[in-house]
Design a protein around this ligand. Structure first.
Ligand SMILES: Nc1ncnc2c1ncn2[C@@H]1O[C@H](COP(=O)(O)OP(=O)(O)OP(=O)(O)O)[C@@H](O)[C@H]1O
Ligand SMILES: [Mg+2]
Length: 136
């Protein structure tokens, strides 16, 4: 079983909150012992997902934790909103797909930057995206 050794919950309601998510992700990545390169990867992914939570999910929250599995440490982030949901998750993950004014690179980019990526979304209910980056 993976064990959370440290957890923080942050609301995502404004651009300032997105900055706070980046800052906290860095603190947790350092605590998990991630290299500078891996810190940057998880911070970039967190930033994209926090933006989506704000722009498309109408705001929400993130749970950030240092996790441990088989003696290995990592950072896990779970973004959750009660927005409109994503009708076609497979399409949304494709590079270039956007319903807004972005480049459509956020979700796919976040998936590539993380070691683990999962998304659950239900139209009319909301979206939850979870990513983990392990210490290499
Ligand atoms: N939390 C969410 N709730 C509802 N729809 C979402 C959510 N996150 C993403 N989406 C949908 O998935 C699409 C793709 O997201 P993605 O982050 O890849 O691109 P983008 O945000 O449109 O552009 P970019 O991230 O490159 O600025 C979005 O345009 C939106 O339609
Ligand atoms: Mg995006």
């Amino acid at each position: 079983m993976a064990a959370a050794t440290r957890t923080e919950r942050l609301a995502i309601r404004s651009s300032e909150d997105v900055v706070k998510v980046r800052q906290q992700t860095r603190i947790f990545a350092v605590a998990a012992g991630l290299s500078l390169v891996d810190q940057t990867k998880i911070i970039t992914a967190a930033s994209e997902l926090a933006r989506n939570t704000l722009d498309y999910g109408g705001g929400g929250e993130v749970c950030i934790e240092v996790t441990e599995y088989g003696g290995r440490r990592g950072v896990r982030l779970a973004f959750e909103d009660r927005g409109p949901g994503i009708p076609d998750v497979k399409a949304a993950l494709k590079d270039g797909f956007t319903t807004g004014s972005g480049l459509g690179l956020g979700l796919g980019g976040a998936r590539r930057l993380a070691n683990e990526f999962s998304i659950e979304s239900k139209v009319g209910v909301g979206t939850k995206v979870t990513i983990t980056r392990w210490k290499s």
